[in-house]
Design a binder for this molecule. Structure first.
Ligand code: COA
Ligand code: AMP
Length: 625
């Protein structure tokens, strides 16, 4: 048997022993005496009697171990022409001081802090500062509009919000402060203070309750690490569900820290002192786990990149970052590589840089099409590793465990389940299907440390969303199959969640926005295949009787409405006005059928359709897209 098989088997034969051993990678204030509390399924708790501080583990302990001078975080920002390196000692000092700022504003153990920031090192500093004093951060992706931010503020009820005066999107400067002010206006829960990082590209006008980051840092007293229970929440990260109300995924402190430490050497093959470059955003789970927490917990060096794969200024920036900072593993979304391929199909930029340190390219966030995988591996001549996971799980469910043993790569498959994950495909009756048969992908409970223990303030939704479809299993929301060799193939979501350029979005949320327009009677939003972004949304609206509007103007209004209320990141560029939407006899809109036709598939007409003529009338519109 290979090493992977041995380790996987160890994790299933005796999970207690496996995870307690993994927990030894953490400095515990009070070491756990047991791994799993399974007394209240499906609410599992890891390391129930352990105590630790995650920030201590990410920073202080490396300084105490004599690695204070090692680079911890390299900020590389082609959009501002800045590169700045923080050693472990410098980052610890900065974080301790900002923790002092938060404590000075009354933030303590268990309090929530919302962080709405662009890709600047202060975003990571704010996250770690919360962890230092036992506060719970909730980072909101900077591309979300005020309404989305307001919904998250009202759910997390933060006492303080940390933000910046602006972000830089390619060549555009986006002022964040007016968006933040608008969100606070919309929110019912008002924070007591906002800490604002002033950036020279656009300084913000400050209000009565706003605190200037730089000024506050000057007068702050550094704060020490506060031990917390392993089961205390470290953060809440909102993710798209099937409705407009996002789900507040809770991450615990101890289980997460153990899982992060385990994955760095075993999956990403990055050890203490080595460098990982995760080109994502701190607003997504990939950024939480593999820009901030895992690299620092493992004592590695992380690159925080403020820029795009292309256009800032060219398609060679990823290679430049690898060469400049001696990167061993790169992690990004397939979309980024499709964008690079489009700009520089022959990879001519590559010749300018020394990529001798690069050992792997990891891709996740959306399905990796075999063509992009082939192009990237021919170009870089390193293993291109697809791996599958979700905000809910916090770390990969299925991956090629490069640090343990590089398994054969099968194009189209993220390879095999990692230790701790009992992945299965079930039929409608909840029975495992035969190898090679498609169905919903589930994980047998309990899931390993680091996966979500619940949703913020909503145990009920946790159970109804994930735990009730099949008793004893977590429903991933993805469909696919497992072949006879145990390789998992993930084919796409089985719900109304779509993936646009690696960004997870809810079509239900966009439908709510379209439906709020006074001229719209009903609507549907579907995700259709897109060669660059993987998927893009398309909207279809039926107008209220008697509405007589210029169609082009109305369509533009609807596109703008989604941009204003969800954010530009939704990328909804196409809304069609149609006479009717195809439905089942019980009134359910046939979104799956619409999607299949739009994607050019030979889509069967469901026997439950109410009026086939409606679908026939829509076909040319769907195909036109
Ligand atoms: N703040 C404000 N606006 C943002 C934003 C942010 N943080 N992030 C994106 N946007 C805006 C973009 O400017 C764009 O606006 P536009 O419609 O006015 O041009 C819109 O949201 C869509 O953004 P995006 O999906 O990023 O498309 P793009 O055309 O600007 O770039 C790629 C395409 C492929 C270069 C880009 O999507 C990319 O780098 N993808 C990598 C995927 C990734 O990091 N995924 C994270 C999970 S691993
Ligand atoms: P997020 O929670 O934003 O990380 O998005 C998670 C979703 O992205 C998953 O449920 C999948 O639908 C999709 N996804 C992530 N990684 C992969 C992958 N490697 N292959 C296919 N789909 C993926």
């Amino acid at each position: 048997m290979g090493e992977y098989e041995d380790i996987f088997r160890a994790s299933t034969d005796d999970p207690e022993a496996f995870w307690l051993r993994a927990a030894q990678a953490i400095d515990w204030h009070k070491p756990p005496t047991r791994a799993l509390d399974d007394s209240r399924p499906p609410f599992y708790r890891w390391f129930p009697d352990g105590e630790l501080n995650v920030c201590h583990n990410a920073l202080d302990r490396h300084v105490e171990a004599g690695r204070g001078a090692q680079p911890a975080l390299i900020y590389d920002s082609p959009v501002t022409g800045t590169t700045r390196t923080y050693t472990y000692e410098q980052l610890r000092d900065e974080v301790a001081r900002f923790a002092g700022v938060l404590a000075g504003l009354g933030v303590g153990h268990g309090d929530r802090v919302v962080i709405y920031m662009p890709m600047v090192p202060e975003a990571a500093v704010a996250m770690l500062a919360c962890a230092r004093i036992g506060a719970v951060h909730s980072v909101v992706f900077g591309g979300f509009a005020p309404r989305e931010l307001a919904v998250r503020i009202d759910d997390a009820t933060p006492s303080v919000i940390v933000s910046a005066s602006c972000g830089i999107e390619g060549k555009r400067v986006i002022e964040y402060k007016p968006l933040l002010d608008r969100a606070i206006e919309l929110a019912v829960n008002k924070p007591s203070h906002c800490v604002i990082l002033q950036r020279p590209q656009a300084e913000a006008a400050m209000g009565e309750n706003d605190v200037d980051w730089a000024e506050a840092m000057q007068s702050a007293t550094p704060a020490d690490c506060v031990p917390v229970a392993a089961t205390d929440p470290l953060y809440i990260l909102y993710t798209s569900g099937t409705t407009g109300k996002p789900k507040g995924v809770v991450r615990d402190s101890g289980g997460h820290a153990v899982a992060m430490c385990w994955t760095m050497p075993n999956v990403y093959d990055v050890d203490t002192g080595e460098t990982i470059f995760t080109a994502s955003d701190v607003g997504w789970v990939v950024g939480h786990s593999y820009i901030v927490y895992a690299p620092l917990l493992a004592g590695a060096t992380t690159v925080l990149y403020e820029g795009k794969p292309v256009g800032t200024p060219d398609a060679g920036q990823f290679w430049r970052v690898v060469a400049d900072h001696g990167v061993k593993s790169v992690f990004t979304a397939p979309t980024a590589f499709r964008a690079i391929k489009k700009e520089d199909p022959k990879g001519e930029h590559l010749a300018k840089y020394d990529l001798s340190t690069l050992r792997y390219l990891f891709l996740a966030g959306e399905r990796l099409d075999p063509e992009t995988q082939r192009w990237a591996s021919d170009l870089l001549e390193v293993p291109v590793i697809d791996h599958w996971w979700q905000t809910e799980t916090g770390w990969p469910i299925v991956a090629n465990p490069a640090g343990i043993e590089l398994l054969e790569i099968k194009p189209g498959s993220p390879t095999k389940p990692l230790p701790g994950w009992d992945v299965q495909v079930l039929d409608e009756a909840g029975k495992p299907v035969e190898a090679g048969t498609d169905g919903p992908i589930v994980v047998k409970l309990p899931m390993p440390p680091g996966s979500l223990p619940t949703l913020w303030n909503d145990d009920e939704r946790f159970v109804s969303s994930y735990m009730s479809a099949f008793d004893g299993y977590y429903l991933t929301g993805d469909g696919g199959r497992i072949d006879e060799d145990g390789y998992v193939f993930v084919m796409g979501r089985t719900d109304d969640v779509i993936n646009v350029a690696g960004h997870r979005l809810s079509t239900g949320g966009m439908e709510e926005v379209l439906a709020s327009h006074p001229d719209v009677a009903e609507c549907a939003v579907i995700g259709v295949a897109d060669p660059m972004k993987g998927q893009v949304p398309r909207g279809f609206v039926v107008l209220k009787a008697g509405v007589d509007r210029d169609e082009a103007q109305l369509r533009a209004e609807l596109v703008q409405l989604v941009r204003d209320q969800v954010g530009a990141v939704a990328s909804l560029k196409d809304v069609a006005v149609v006479a009717a939407l195809p439905k089942t006899r019980s009134g359910k809109i046939l979104r799956k059928t619409m999607r299949g036709i739009a994607d050019g598939n030979d889509e069967p007409v469901p026997s439950t359709i109410d009026d086939p003529a409606v679908l026939d009338a829509l076909r040319p519109v769907l195909r036109r897209g």
